[in-house]
Design a protein. Structure first.
Lengths: 314, 314
């Protein structure tokens, strides 16, 4: 590991449940990492500075740049949303800057919003930094970037900007249905490797090929259990297929999925695999992009844009 | 009130959260009513008989006929599902009969199922008795019967039978989204009179006119709160419109809603009003049918069918 003498910046990903920090050199290399469960869902108003300083107490007093829910109304300070189409320069221009009590410069990355007379408004906060990382890759990026999760985000990336995006409630609905609804008696509580189950593919097909409406499809999970004695693990895989397939069908009907569009899935391995398989059933090829790498690249690029690191963002 | 000397039957509606009993004369008139919160969700296996006898301890030892979740695997005894198309006679033939320890004859009405190679299986348990009540009305019934609630049921009634039906998870999803999901911060916790709000109609329109996909539409509830500072009560009305409108759009896309079909809504007053308004926005006229009356009529008809009451079912 390189010495902390070279430290130039702390890059922070501060979400609802986790606080993660990386100590970086001027060239953007990671010198050290730290994390805690002081997510903004847990940290009381007025105590964000203390929570952050506690985590990085051993590190040099370099500037910090932060992305995620830390910039929301419930965070440290609110960084208002930047409108789409949003270039990395526009996002950098929207960064909120201030100093801590000890004089450490802090920068909070804004979220990005869609406001259009043609459709409902939409917001992201945190994922915009991954998309900046994507845009700043050598050769850039053009196509769909899908960030699956609690609130799955489909972004159209092109012309050096986040052109547009849409949020689907996939992960949260799956969790509510599998654990809080009456369907919890019809599926196992364990995830295991759902995407390799033939029942996962069946659930996806029901949605993307047969076009089952979501509100009706979910009840079939119960009927399969009652009438066909389907195994609880297979039925959880089926529910997962219904929900992820439902997202793909919904995005297609919203005009987001055209033949020939590049589809990049940005996310944790097991979820990326499930989406890859679901798209395969739907007849689309996908690539996978590492979410952690994209956050780091985005934070480094934005830090350069505001002079927190030497060099210009590409 | 007529004297209990005329008592001939106890008609019981025994669901997940409530146990309701009516003491009837041979002619089907209600002599007395009783209820408790000994729903099957609360009553332990092996104690159903005791719970029932406790409720009707003061009444004569006449036979009892029961409909609802009491006939499920988690109930007193399981009455297997009868397949669609299901006539009242077929449902009566599927009734499970036994005697209690004290020799009281008990009849449990079976649920009804759809099993078809063309679509997913589906089940109802309890609502079939309301539909028997509907079928046995003077002049019968032909058209759609919609029983809104936790699990909303759309039944096609005709040729003297429940021809087919489909379940939508509307009420349960609304409750999960409004109270358990991250949307709970974007809507009030109180129902009030949602259906008269212009935001209810807006939510319905989004789904049935603009055709928004459900998984995307629900996120707009959050965006309206964050970007447009929409009032929490108006936003709950909007969410209700999204979910009920989503049900209507889903049923239409499943081919259940054709021009000229009679649409009868069977249910509690406030919910029936909300559905009436939603159908109005969607361009359909509806009638309202009293759910309690239908249960009683259905139980009386089925009791006649098995000789628990004199006279033949129509």
């Amino acid at each position: 590991m390189t010495s902390n003498d070279q430290a130039a910046l702390i890059a922070v990903d501060w979400g609802t449940s986790r606080l993660r920090a990386m100590l970086l050199s001027a060239g953007g290399a990671v010198l050290a990492e730290a994390g805690s469960d002081d997510g903004i869902g847990k940290v009381a108003a007025g105590t964000h500075e203390a929570a952050f300083e506690r985590l990085v107490a051993e590190w040099p007093a370099v500037p910090a740049i932060m992305a995620g829910m830390i910039g929301s109304r419930q965070g440290w300070r609110e960084a208002p949303y930047v409108a789409c189409p949003a270039t990395p320069a526009a996002i950098a221009a929207g960064i909120l800057r201030f100093e801590t009590a000890k004089g450490r410069p802090v920068a909070i990355v804004p979220g990005v919003m869609v406001r259009s007379p043609d459709r409902d408004g939409d917001v992201i906060r945190g994922e915009e930094t991954q998309m900046v990382g994507l845009l700043e890759r050598p050769g850039g990026y053009r196509g769909l970037a899908i960030l699956p999760g609690t609130h799955s985000k489909w972004a159209t990336i092109g012309e050096g900007a986040i052109a547009d995006f849409q949020t689907f409630l996939t992960g949260e609905l799956f969790h509510l249905l599998a654990h809080q609804s009456f369907l919890r008696h019809s599926v196992t509580g364990e995830d295991g490797d759902l995407a390799t189950s033939p029942d996962f593919a069946l659930g996806v097909r029901r949605m993307v090929v047969e076009g089952l409406p979501f509100l009706a499809a979910v009840f079939s999970v119960r009927a399969r259990y009652l009438l066909d004695d389907v195994d609880l693990h297979a039925n959880r895989a089926y529910l997962s297929g219904i929900v992820i397939g439902g997202e793909i069908a919904a995005a297609r009907s919203a005009g987001r999925l055209q033949d020939g569009t590049a589809i990049g899935i940005v996310g944790a391995r097991s979820l990326a695999r499930a989406y890859h398989r679901a798209f395969e059933v739907a007849g689309f090829a996908t690539g996978t992009l590492d979410g952690g790498e994209m956050v780091l690249a985005g934070l480094v690029s934005l830090a350069r844009g505001i002079g927190f690191l030497p060099g210009e963002s590409r």
